[in-house]
Design a protein around this ligand. Structure first.
Ligand code: NAD
Ligand code: UD2
Length: 303
């Protein structure tokens, strides 16, 4: 079968993608500097190169003969990007340019991770790909920069790409250890320990939670449509729930009501986030299939 490169393949989403590619008989080369990801998370059978994506020689070697590149490596924590503007930019925008450059030279199409963070505070929901992109974080600004460069590099350099704006991804293997980890991973970890959940604000804020298995399907479909027009698509469910309902849904899976403590709202927290999944259906030919209940059950089982 084909050879695929996965940057960030030792991370949460990347390790799921690698497992699926291997299961379908593909050869997989992972490029990850293990700054966040763990060597043990890289599924057996994949070839791991421990390197920064800015390492030109390492990227060229990884892409040699490859059929596609899934670029997921990033400083994925909004908080870390805020604290380390230049360091995170080196990975999130400069590093993406290094991946694009290597992909152009190797003639390999790239599917790259963008984020719902490109939208900033929504004026209206659901957010479509035509909604204004006004990021309110360095993380979101760099992700938008990746999209702009992909669009410029298509016609000029022949880069074939597709960008995916992930909404709130959850599932087994997401690290709960930082306060800025995904809320589902934090809540699942706390519930498993019998600890109370902290809800910032009144808990009426909404999020569009998309299961990692559906994200993997979107990534793989995106490789088929990557081209020089640099299409971009949301990856979301088109349904949002409140934080309080999320806590209750986790409690339902476990058969006991979680204890909830409220804390002041987080600075810069967006109240309403909801994606429109129409382009995902039209461009990628798929919609999110895993229900929240099933996804939460799988997440809790793995804790
Ligand atoms: P993650 O932190 O689990 O994985 C990122 C991986 O990239 C890690 O293994 C890390 O070691 C690696 N990495 C970081 N800097 C690197 C560098 N300079 N060179 C090589 N490797 C490097 O994050 P994730 O949740 O799996 O996210 C994957 C992608 O999806 C990221 O681009 C992230 O910004 C994006 N995204 C994630 C979410 C989400 O809800 N998890 C939402 C929107 C977008
Ligand atoms: C998500 C992404 C971020 C960026 C952003 C764009 C994750 C982890 N983060 O941030 O990368 O794309 O969307 O808008 O996917 N919360 C609690 N208790 C907790 C933890 C969180 O109440 O213990 C709340 C938090 O205040 C927020 C919601 O849960 O209202 C979701 O928080 P999050 O950190 O999982 O994700 P978000 O949407 O802030």
């Amino acid at each position: 079968m084909a050879i695929h490169v996965v940057t960030g393949g030792a991370g949460f989403i990347g390790s799921h993608l690698v497992r699926h590619l291997l299961a379908d008989g593909h050869a997989v080369r992972v490029v990850d500097d293990l700054s966040v990801g763990r060597r043990e998370a890289v599924p057996a059978g994949a070839a791991l190169t421990v390197a920064d994506i800015n390492d030109t020689a390492a990227m060229a070697a990884a892409l040699d003969g490859a059929a596609g590149c899934f670029h997921l490596a990033a400083v994925a924590s909004v908080e870390r990007c805020t604290r380390d503007l230049v360091g995170s930019h080196d990975t999130n925008l400069r590093g993406t340019l290094a991946v694009f450059d290597a992909a152009v030279k190797a003639g390999v199409p790239v599917v790259y991770a963008s984020s719902a963070a490109v939208y900033g505070v929504p004026a209206t929901v659901p957010l479509t790909e035509a909604s204004p992109t006004v990021p309110i974080s360095a993380y979101g600004a760099d992700k938008l920069g990746c999209e702009l460069h992909a669009r410029a590099a298509g016609p000029v350099l022949g880069l074939r790409s597709c960008g995916l704006r992930f909404f709130n991804v959850f599932g087994p293997g997401q690290d709960p250890s930082s306060p800025y980890s995904g809320v589902v991973s934090i809540f699942a970890d706390r519930l498993a320990r019998g600890e109370p959940l902290t809800v910032y604000g009144d808990g009426t804020q909404t999020r569009d939670f998309v299961y990692v298995g559906d994200v993997v399907r979107a990534l793989r479909a995106a490789l088929e449509v990557a081209d020089t027009t640099a299409p971009v698509s949301n990856v979301c469910t088109g349904t949002a729930i409140t934080l309080l309902d999320l806590a209750a849904a986790l409690g339902d899976v476990l058969g006991r009501a979680p204890e909830i403590r409220h804390a002041p709202p987080r600075a810069g927290d967006i109240h309403t986030s909801l994606g429109d999944a129409s382009r995902m259906a039209a461009l990628l030919g798929l919609r999110a299939e895993v229900t929240l209940a099933d996804g939460l059950a799988a997440t809790l089982k793995a804790v």
